[in-house]
Design a protein around this ligand. Structure first.
Ligand SMILES: C[S@@+](CC[C@H](N)C(=O)[O-])C[C@H]1O[C@@H](n2cnc3c(N)ncnc32)[C@H](O)[C@@H]1O
Ligand code: SF4
Length: 465
C-alpha cells in the first residue's frame, strides 16, 4: 500500500496521531493485515493515549494478536537508537534440539566425545512462551544434527501447527532424512538445507567419518520425488570444498540439481576453529582435515573450477553461491569472509538473532549472537528458565550481550566485531581471533573456558569407533 492509500485508510477512521499512522504504514509494508493493528491504534488514540513511536511499539507488542512484525519494528528502532537493554524479542532464532550428530564430518569441529549427549524434549519446546514474537526459527544452531532427536517429528509438528506464521527452517546432513521424515516435512517446512558435501560413495567416505553413503544416497534419491514441485520447503544444498575434492565440484552441482536442490552453495573449509577445539587432542585431530587442505593454497585452480561451476549453474538455471575469485577485483570482508558485497555500516545481529546451542568449549547450553567471529561467548542458559519471558530477557540482556550491542558499531567498536569486518577467517594464514580481547575491552570477566585448552567431555574408547 502506498503512503497515500494508507493515509486514506487512517483518515477514514480519523487516525491523526502521526506516529500511529507511520507504524500502521510500516506494518502493512511488512505484509501485515491492516485489520490487526489499526483498531488497536485507533482505540489508543481515541482514549487520548498519544504515545511516541517507541512507547507505542512497546504497548502494541503486548496487545497485538500476532506481534512478530511489531517486534521487528521495535528491533529496528533499538538498533537505530543503539539501545543495549532491549525490550524486543529476537526475530531470528536458531535453536539446537540435539547435541548429537549422526556422522563426524572430517572438516567439522564435532566429534561424538566433545559434548554431553542431550536432547531437548517436546515438553521443553512446548513451554517456550515467546515464539509468537519470532519470525524465523531454524531447528539448527550449529552444534549437531536436529533429526537425531527422537522427538524430532513431534517437535516439528507442534511448532508448525501452533505457530503458522513462523518461517521454519532446518539444516541436515541427510543421513537420517528418511523418506518417512521427508513426507512429514513436505508442504510444511519452509526451507530445507542439506549439507550434502559429497556426490559419490568415494567422496562421501573420504570426507565424512562414521557415516553411511547407502542411507544418505537413498534419502537423496527419494527427496527428488517426495519434495518435487511443492511450494515448500525450498531445498538448498552445500558442499565444503578443499584441495582433495575440488575436482568433483561440477559433479556435486549435478548431484544437487538432480536431487531437487534449487540453490547450491560451495564453501571454503574453515580450519582454525577445528584446530582450536581439538588442538590438545591429537586423536581427534588426526581424523580431521588440517590447514594444508584449504583451497587457499591453490587459488588459481579454485578460481578456474568455480568459474566452470558458475557457468554450468547458469546453464541449468540454478541459484548458486560460490566463493568470490581470489584473482579479481573488489572482494570485501563481510562476516569474517571474503564477499562480493560491502558489509552494512551497522551490524544488527546482537539485536535480531539468538543462537541456542552447546558451547564446544564450555560444553554447556550457551547462547551466541551470530555465526561470524563471536563464539563461545559464555552466556549460558537453562532450558526451563529461558522458556519464560523473564528468563529469556535475563539471558538476552546479560552483561555480555549488552556489551556486544554497545560496541558492535560506531567508533568504540570491540576488537572481535572489528575483525569480523577486516579478517578473512577462512584464510589459513589469517590471525585467529582471541575472544578474550572482547571481555578485556569491555571490562568484563573472561569466561573460564578460555583459560584452559579445550578437552573432550569424555575419553574416546574403542567402542566409539
Ligand atoms: C555445523 S553444521 C550443523 C548442521 C547439520 N549437522 C549439517 O551438517 O547441516 C552447519 C554447516 O556448517 C558446515 N561446516 C561445518 N564445519 C565446517 C568447516 N570447518 N568449514 C566450512 N563449513 C563447515 C557444514 O557442512 C554444514 O553445512
Ligand atoms: S557438519 Fe553437520 S553433519 Fe557434519 S559432523 Fe558437523 S554437525 Fe555433524
Amino acid at each position: 500500500m502506498t503512503p497515500e492509500a494508507s493515509a486514506t485508510v487512517a483518515q477514514k477512521r480519523q487516525m491523526t496521531h502521526e506516529p500511529y499512522r507511520q507504524i500502521l504504514f510500516e506494518l502493512q509494508g511488512a505484509g501485515e493485515d491492516a485489520k490487526l493493528a489499526e483498531p488497536l491504534l485507533l482505540d489508543m488514540e481515541q482514549r487520548g493515549e498519544l504515545l511516541d513511536r517507541h512507547a507505542a511499539l512497546l504497548s502494541l507488542l503486548e496487545r497485538h494478536p500476532a506481534p512478530h512484525f511489531v517486534n521487528m519494528l521495535l528491533i529496528n528502532d533499538e538498533v537505530k537508537l543503539g539501545i543495549d537493554e532491549v525490550r524486543s524479542y529476537p526475530q531470528y532464532v536458531f535453536f539446537d534440539i540435539s547435541s548429537i550428530c549422526s556422522v563426524e564430518c572430517r572438516f567439522c569441529k564435532y566429534t561424538h566425545e566433545q559434548l554431553p549427549k542431550r536432547n531437548v524434549t517436546l515438553e521443553q519446546v512446548r513451554r517456550l512462551e515467546w515464539l509468537k514474537y519470532v519470525r524465523m526459527l531454524n531447528l539448527t544452531a550449529g552444534t549437531a544434527e536436529a533429526i537425531t532427536n527422537p522427538q524430532f517429528i513431534e517437535i516439528f509438528d507442534y511448532l508448525r501447527d501452533t505457530f503458522p506464521h513462523l518461517h521454519i527452517t532446518l539444516l541436515t546432513n541427510g543421513r537420517t532424512l528418511h523418506e518417512r521424515i521427508q513426507r512429514k516435512l513436505a508442504g510444511r517446512l519452509d526451507a530445507l538445507h542439506v549439507s550434502m558435501n559429497a556426490s559419490c560413495e568415494e567422496s562421501y567416505n573420504q570426507i565424512i567419518a562414521r557415516g553411511s553413503w547407502k542411507q544418505f544416497s537413498e534419502n537423496m534419491n527419494s527427496m527428488r520425488t517426495t519434495l518435487a514441485g511443492l511450494a515448500r520447503p525450498k531445498v538448498s544444498a552445500s558442499f565444503v570444498m578443499m584441495r582433495s575434492n575440488l575436482h568433483l565440484a561440477l559433479q556435486h552441482l549435478e548431484f544437487a540439481h538432480a536431487n531437487g536442490a534449487a540453490f547450491a552453495l560451495f564453501h571454503h573449509f574453515y580450519p582454525h576453529y577445528v584446530h582450536d577445539i581439538h588442538g590438545s587432542d591429537p586423536d581427534a585431530l588426526r581424523d580431521k582435515f588440517g590447514f594444508e587442505d584449504s583451497l587457499y593454497h591453490e587459488p588459481g585452480r579454485a578460481d578456474e573450477v568455480f568459474a566452470r561451476v558458475k557457468a554450468r549453474g547458469e546453464e541449468m538455471g540454478m541459484e548458486l553461491q560460490i566463493p568470490p575469485p581470489f584473482h579479481g577485483t573488489g572482494a570485501h570482508i563481510h562476516f569474517g569472509v571474503r564477499s562480493t558485497t560491502r558489509p552494512p555500516v551497522d551490524c544488527n545481529y546482537p539485536w535480531t538473532s539468538m543462537y541456542f546451542l552447546w558451547g564446544f568449549k564450555s560444553k554447556r547450553e550457551e547462547i551466541t549472537l551470530c555465526c561470524g567471529l563471536a563464539s563461545d561467548i559464555g552466556v549460558h542458559y537453562d532450558h526451563d528458565e529461558i522458556a519464560t519471558r523473564d528468563g529469556l530477557f535475563k539471558a538476552r540482556n546479560s552483561d555480555v550481550l549488552r556489551a556486544y550491542r554497545r560496541t558492535v558499531n560506531g567508533l568504540t567498536m570491540n576488537p572481535i566485531c572489528k575483525m569480523c569486518r577486516e579478517v578473512d577467517r577462512f584464510d589459513p594464514s589469517a590471525p585467529y581471533a582471541d575472544q578474550r580481547a572482547f571481555y578485556q575491552f569491555n571490562g568484563l570477566p573472561v569466561p573460564p573456558h578460555f583459560d584452559q585448552p579445550t578437552q573432550p567431555y569424555r575419553k574416546r574408547t574403542t567402542t566409539d569407533r
